[in-house]
Every structure is written in structure tokens, then in C-alpha cells.
Design a protein around this ligand. Structure first.
Ligand code: ATP
Length: 515
């Protein structure tokens, strides 16, 4: 990111994403549909690279646990649509709501807890609401109230008493008293599988992937060799009928999550919470994100769900939150809430008999009574839950650079192993034997890396395009290649070129693209 104002950085990123095929508005030829996005040819590569890195670090090569042994994690791909009772048991039908306010005049609709209000400190006159643009609200104060914005306090709309609403000027109007009082708005998107469309057949598109994991906890324990502590990981689509989808793909109505439910003995839950808290931060940093752009935000006691002993968010400094931070991942200690709820609502036992613990307690001489009660328990759950599509946004924001000295004027400095295209292969001119050599190199390298072969346009234009899509290396075959078998390799970040032997291209890339 550069020092350019936030709005223009975001505008530039959104425009680059569209222009180069990362992200398009969904249904664009029909005018678009709010809160939905399509991932284009490069966007899907970038998204898959993040997903694959997470999967590799969670399922294929999980981290080393506090006991020095690799943590045990298995994968799952559960259905998006589940039995309606699932969503009653999980609490989503009753309480997965956001407070919403409407503007009677403009028909605008806002998440009430996202609306901020500048309230006059002396209690005289109107208050001025805004969603993000505080400056616009301050301008209104100067114009309409002819007062100084520094004489106002900033509060969240939902903290105002109902009688104060009559004096609030809405974010997009100049008349006070047009905002309704907040009311609960369900984020669940319903659907009716099967031929009959009635209340009995109504279920929901999942608002998180986590519940599918809890539903299969028993099957996984019974049919595989896992033992508590262990985790089940899942990546997939989730749907939330967000009141105000905004900030590009940050808050959308259809998005992807990467979730781990880590099941552990109740006595060890806090230790595993600390473990995952540290691991998840380390993973985001391993994607090349500047540590100073990430932070933890521990939830205050009054913010915690009643069943949660601790929850922390990992936040990122998005251009639209800077200098503040916004959520990227939540890590929650969920106690035994989910398994207990599903046990209660389904009538199935979801507890676990811990044979290892039984043996350990026996060795310690624990009484038979105590062994019996302690070795059968409902596991506690630590849940690191992150947004995959939000991760795409973070990597785009993190990689975006302005550089007026380049023909492209901007480039994306992705960590090489995450870049959608790893290598561009170019014959300098499309003749004199160069395309043949370039094509041979391309046929070789494409076995291992996503490569692009391009023989059109000037070499400067080809480099500019590769800078814009964040390709870390470009290999150019020129007149000298014919004489001495050397090629130039251009490095995206330094924009410098190096001559190496064509036989060394493979090892050169290997060194730089692994890990
Ligand atoms: P918020 O408070 O911002 O609505 P949340 O706390 O409800 O988010 P979680 O339920 O903890 O979010 O979801 C876990 C992760 O899923 C979030 O950290 C985020 O990365 C991602 N996520 C949640 N909602 C959305 C959305 N509407 N669009 C994109 N990603 C989302």
C-alpha cells in the first residue's frame, strides 16, 4: 500500500481487479447484484493458492503441537444445505441477526451498529449520522448547524436512547428524524428443497461451514483413527444476507470460509486456544503480510458469547479501515456448546470416551469413580474461522504498489509462491527462431508452474501486464539466446534483469518459488 488516500487506493485495486480479470461484479450484464462477486481467471488462481496453502498447513502437514508431535487434523466437505433442525440447534434461526435501521426518506438501509453519530456535547440541536465518511458528516454540521464539529462526541447509533432518534440527521439526508429505530434482521438465506414450498420444508443456506463439521464429529471418530485432541478442517461457501454488503469483497452475501474445529479435552482447552491463537497469526504472516498490518483484538467480556471462555480476532489494516483494523479471522474457545446443543436437539450421544486419559488416570492412582467421570466427556472446541475471500482481499491490498517509474504505474507484489501466474515466457520478437525456443521452455515449465507464453506486443507492454497481475518472473528469449543459450530473467519487484543460461531457468525458479 502507498500513501495515496484510502478511497483512491481501494478504487485503484477494484479497477485493477476488474481490468485484469481477478474479480468481476456478479451478473454484471444485468446491472450486477449487490453483495455477489465472480472470481475471474486470475482471481480463482489466487484464491485457490491461498486455500491450498491453508489446507496444506492444516490437513496435509499440520503444525507441531505443544507436545512436540504433529497435531492431528482431517478434512471434510459437508453439504451446504442441512436439516432445518441444525440451524435451530445451533441458535442461528433465533439469534443470527444484525440490528438494522431504515431511512424512511431515502429508503437507505444500514447496519445500526455500523452507523456512527456526532452528538452535540451541549445537548443542543441535531446529531449527524454517518457510516464511513465522517468528513461528509462534519461538512453537514458546518453547513446546516453552523457549528464546530469538535463540539460533538462520536457514538454508535445503537447506544442512543429511542427519543434521540428524532434529532438524528441520517447518513444520506439533511432532514432529522427520518431514521427508524433498529430492528433485528435475520442473516439467514432460506431455501425450500423438494417440491413442496411450505414452512416444514424450509431450511437455510449455511451461514458458516462449522456446523457441518459438528454434525459429522461422531462419524469421523467412529470411522477413522483420530483421537481427541484432533481437528476437522473444511473450506467452502457460506451465505449471509448482510444488510449492507460493502467494501468490495470484504463483506459479501456469498463468500468462502476456511474453518477448523479443534476438539480437545475440557481441561486442555485454554492451552489449545493459546496454541491456535499464535499459529494462525504466524500463518497469515507466512503469506507475506507485513506483521505491522496485522493485530489481535481480544473480545471484551461483554462481547463474548455466553458459552465462550475467550475469543480473539486477527485483524488487518485495510485501506478503508486505516489507521484502524478490521476482522480477518476469529479464533473462539466455544466450550462444549455446539456438540451439546446438537446432542440435545438430535437425541444422539456426542460425547467421547478418552481411553488414553483413562490409562493415565489409572497410572496416577485416581479413584475408579473419578476415572469414570473424567474419561467420558463432551470435547471442547477451539475454532479458528477465517474468510478465504477476505484473505484474497487482504493479499490484494497488501500486494498493491504504485510506482510511477514503471510503464504500468502500479504492480502487485504477491509472495511469489502465491502469485496467480508464476512465470511469463516471451520471445523478444516473434521470428528468427526465438518463438521456437521460448515455446520449448514454456512446454517444459508449464508442467510445474502456471506460466504464460506471450509473443504479441512490445516487450515493455508484456512486462507491464505481468507487473499488473503480479507475475514474479519473466523469462525473455532474445538474439543472444541463439548464440550463447542465455536468457534474461526479469524480477518483478526490482524490475531488474539478469542473464542466466537457459538450462538454469528451472533451478533459478525452483529456488525462488518454493515455500
Ligand atoms: P462481522 O462481525 O464482520 O459480521 P463475524 O464476526 O460475524 O463478522 P465470523 O462469523 O466470525 O464473522 O466469520 C468468520 C470469518 O468469516 C470472518 O473473520 C471473515 O473473514 C469471514 N466473513 C464473515 N462474514 C463475511 C462476509 N459477509 N463476507 C466475507 N467474509 C466474511
Amino acid at each position: 500500500m502507498s500513501d495515496t488516500p484510502a478511497a483512491s487506493v481501494m478504487d485503484a485495486i477494484v479497477s485493477l481487479c476488474k481490468r485484469r480479470g481477478f474479480i468481476y461484479p456478479a451478473s454484471e450484464i444485468y446491472g450486477g447484484i449487490r453483495g455477489f462477486w465472480d472470481y475471474g481467471p486470475l482471481g480463482v488462481l489466487l484464491k485457490n493458492n491461498i486455500r491450498d496453502d491453508w489446507w496444506r498447513n492444516m490437513v496435509e502437514c499440520p503444525p507441531i503441537g505443544p507436545d512436540g508431535q504433529p497435531v492431528e487434523i482431517v478434512g471434510l466437505d459437508s453439504a451446504i444445505i442441512q436439516h432445518p433442525k441444525v440451524w435451530h440447534a445451533s441458535g442461528h434461526v433465533d439469534s443470527f441477526n444484525d440490528p438494522m435501521v431504515d431511512d424512511r426518506e431515502t429508503k437507505g438501509r444500514y447496519r445500526a451498529d455500523h452507523v456512527k453519530v456526532l452528538v452535540p456535547r451541549d445537548g443542543q440541536g441535531n446529531s449527524f449520522a454517518f457510516v464511513e465518511d465522517r468528513e461528509a458528516a462534519e461538512k453537514k454540521i458546518k453547513r446546516d448547524a453552523r457549528r464546530n464539529p469538535t463540539d460533538y462526541d462520536e457514538v454508535i447509533l445503537t447506544t442512543l436512547p429511542p427519543e434521540a432518534y428524532a434529532r438524528v440527521v441520517g447518513p444520506d439526508t439533511r432532514t432529522p428524524g427520518t431514521l427508524t429505530e433498529p430492528r433485528a434482521f435475520s442473516l439467514m438465506l432460506d431455501t425450500y428443497p423438494g417440491p413442496i414450498r411450505d414452512e416444514d420444508n424450509k431450511t437455510y443456506l449455511r451461514p458458516e461451514t462449522a456446523q457441518g463439521i459438528f454434525l459429522q464429529f461422531k462419524n469421523v471418530v467412529d470411522t477413522t483413527r483420530v483421537k481427541v485432541p484432533f481437528g476437522i478442517a473444511q473450506v467452502g461457501k457460506s451465505f449471509r444476507n448482510e444488510v449492507t454488503p460493502r467494501n468490495f469483497i470484504f463483506r459479501s452475501r456469498e463468500f468462502e470460509q476456511m474453518e477448523l474445529e479443534f476438539f480437545c479435552p475440557p481441561d486442555d482447552a485454554l492451552m489449545w486456544y493459546e496454541f491456535w491463537r499464535a499459529q494462525r497469526m504466524a500463518w497469515w504472516q507466512s503469506l507475506g503480510i507485513d506483521p505491522s498490518h496485522l493485530c489481535y483484538r481480544d473480545h471484551d467480556a461483554d462481547e463474548l458469547a455466553f458459552y465462550s471462555k475467550a475469543t480473539v480476532d486477527i485483524e488487518y489494516k485495510y485501506p478503508f479501515t486505516a489507521p484502524g483494523f478490521g476482522e480477518l479471522e476469529g479464533i473462539a474457545h466455544r466450550g462444549d456448546y455446539d456438540l451439546s446443543q446438537h446432542a440435545k436437539h438430535s437425541g444422539q450421544k456426542l460425547d467421547y470416551f478418552d481411553q488414553d486419559l483413562q490409562l493415565r488416570l489409572k497410572e496416577q492412582g485416581t479413584s475408579a469413580e473419578e476415572i469414570k467421570t473424567r474419561s467420558r466427556y463432551v470435547p471442547n472446541v477451539i475454532e479458528p474461522s477465517s474468510g478465504l475471500t477476505r484473505g484474497v482481499l487482504v493479499l490484494l491490498c497488501e500486494a498493491y504498489r504504485r510506482d510511477e517509474s514503471r510503464p504500468s504505474g502500479e504492480y502487485l507484489a504477491f509472495k511469489p509462491s502465491l502469485a496467480p501466474v508464476k512465470v511469463g515466457i516471451f520471445p523478444l520478437v516473434n521470428k528468427e527462431g526465438m518463438p521456437e525456443i521460448a515455446s520449448k521452455l514454456y512446454m517444459d515449465l508449464r508442467q510445474k508452474y502456471t506460466c504464460e507464453f506471450d509473443a504479441k506486443q512490445s516487450i515493455g507492454k508484456r512486462y507491464a501486464r505481468m507487473d499488473e497481475i503480479g507475475t514474479p518472473y519473466c523469462v525473455t528469449i532474445d538474439g543472444d539466446t541463439l548464440k550463447d543459450q542465455t536468457v534474461t530473467v526479469r524480477d518483478r519487484d526490482s524490475a531488474t534483469q539478469q542473464r542466466i543460461n537457459i538450462d538454469q531457468v528451472g533451478s533459478y525458479l525452483n529456488e525462488r518459488l518454493s515455500g
